[in-house]
Design a protein around this ligand. Structure first.
Ligand code: UD1
Length: 430
């Protein structure tokens, strides 16, 4: 298993190209199941989760081709993928595949909408708390599907096709909104989604579906209205930049000091996190090329945050922000409201010398003068990158074990940080 070795203490200076968003690429790829024509996606990040989803889609009969590298492209330039689901050969998504990646459960919606049935393994437990799919199934039921749970599988049926309906989500769910959208676009009649997720990745999916022929209004607001159409066609779509990757590197620069341009980043996708970073002492400047992040001289100040659905502070940046706050002046209170048990990184940060006290959904992070390197273990995707951020500012050497979590969500991480002066290397054991 690969490890990442970091020797802390270097400031970051230079430019980091921001990849396409993993959390947009995954539902966009799944949307290819809705049409027998070709969906071509550009700026798809090279990530383990993308490769895994290609395997899952292949099992349903989706052919794919990845465009070769063009002259001038580097390893960190996103790939273009052509997906074609001419015939769906299997409407079952088996446990062995779904259990590796939660988002693959979302295939249930397009399979059901196009084929009238789907049998998808229920995702197992997850390191960041119970993540049920009850609301996703509720949305499908509202569109006329019958749902049975059988042998660990959700079996959804709508032999006469789905019918438009009203879906009111009792809590904001990104996956629920993606699922409802993909089911409703081919349903007969009008669907209204209330309390819809407003995340930029939902807007990206809606834009792609619209280009495929869907009729959708209100994406990006809490009320989305979809007029179902009989069929969708192919299109080309470019995945939006990854706001979580953007915020992660912005926090890394705030942590180490320095001056980095986050190329291709869009400030409107993470304004709340950028404002929080400014309050903590970083200088953030939107430019034509992206976002420039600078911290020179001044230290970091403690700031309180509460995670919320978009446009609030994202839960996917909570662990990284906590890493930053371990070195702040003062005590920061960090409240996690989206996922229970999303504090797995606390114990590992403590191994580097962080002082953090947990009280339910609240973490009190008391800033310390210095962190010191140590062997640590990655527990989930965002937690593992928080350890990288802490290690960049720790004295001495840190080894991050189980980096396959990082490979699921961060494209060419060591390459991008190394190019800005970080002392970071991957140690391959195989
Ligand atoms: C997506 C993101 C993930 C991010 C999360 C919240 C992807 C691939 N993943 O995950 O990175 O952290 O949004 O921004 O895009 N819930 C239920 N019942 C359901 C569904 C969800 O109770 O049927 C709850 C969850 O337990 C959680 C909350 O709703 O407490 C939000 O979860 P949700 O937005 O659905 O997260 P994901 O779509 O799984």
């Amino acid at each position: 298993m690969d490890r990442i070795r970091i020797v802390g203490g270097e400031a970051l200076n230079g430019a980091i190209p921001i990849s396409g968003a993993k959390n947009a690429a995954l539902p966009l790829m799944i949307a290819s199941l809705l049409t027998d024509e070709t969906l071509q996606l550009h700026n798809v990040p090279r990530l383990a989760d993308v490769a895994q989803l290609l395997r899952i889609l292949g099992n349903h009969g989706v052919d794919h081709g990845v465009a070769g590298k063009r002259p001038g492209q580097t390893a960190v330039t996103g790939q273009s993928i052509r997906l074609r689901a001419r015939d769906i050969i299997d409407t079952t998504a088996p446990y062995e595949l779904v259990s590796k990646m939660r988002a693959s459960f979302w295939v249930i919606a397009p399979l059901l909408a196009r084929m009238g049935e789907a049998r998808v393994s229920l995702p197992g437990g997850c390191a960041i708390g119970t993540r049920p799919v009850d609301l996703l199934l509720m949305a499908l039921e509202r569109l006329g599907a019958s749902i049975d749970i059988d042998g660990g599988y959700a079996v959804a049926r709508a032999p006469k096709g789905l019918k438009g309906g009203d879906i009111v989500f009792p809590k904001v769910t990104v996956g629920g909104t993606h699922t409802a959208l993909m089911a409703a676009v081919l349903a007969d009649g009008t669907t209204v989604i209330e309390n819809a997720a407003r995340e930029p990745e939902v807007v990206d999916l809606a834009q792609c579906l619209t280009a495929m022929g869907a009729r959708i209004t209100g994406a990006g607001t809490p009320r989305i209205v979809i007029d179902g159409v009989a069929r969708l066609g192919g299109t080309e779509h470019t995945v939006l930049p990854d706001r979580i990757e953007t915020g992660t590197y912005a926090m890394a620069v705030a942590m180490t000091g320095g001056d980095v341009l986050l190329e291709g980043a869009r400030p409107d996708l993470l304004q709340n996190a950028l404002d929080t970073l400014e309050s903590a002492g970083a200088e953030i400047t939107p430019t034509n090329e992206g976002i420039r992040v600078v911290r020179n001289g001044h230290g970091i100040t403690a700031v309180d945050v509460t995670t919320e659905p978009f446009p609030g502070f994202p839960t996917d940046l909570q662990a990284q922000f906590m890493a930053l706050m371990t070195r702040a002046r003062g005590t920061s209170r960090i409240r996690e409201t989206i996922f229970e048990n999303r504090f797995m990184h606390v114990q590992e940060l403590a191994r580097l010398g962080a002082r953090i006290r947990l009280d339910g959904d609240l973490a009190y992070v008391e800033g310390v003068q210095r962190l010191t390197g140590a062997p640590v273990m990655a527990t989930d995707l965002r937690a593992s990158v928080s350890l990288v951020i802490a290690a960049l500012a720790a004295e001495g050497e840190t080894t991050v074990n189980r980096v396959y979590h990082l490979d699921r969500g961060f494209e060419a991480l060591e390459h991008k940080l190394g190019a800005c002066g970080a002392r970071i290397e991957r140690i391959s054991n195989s």
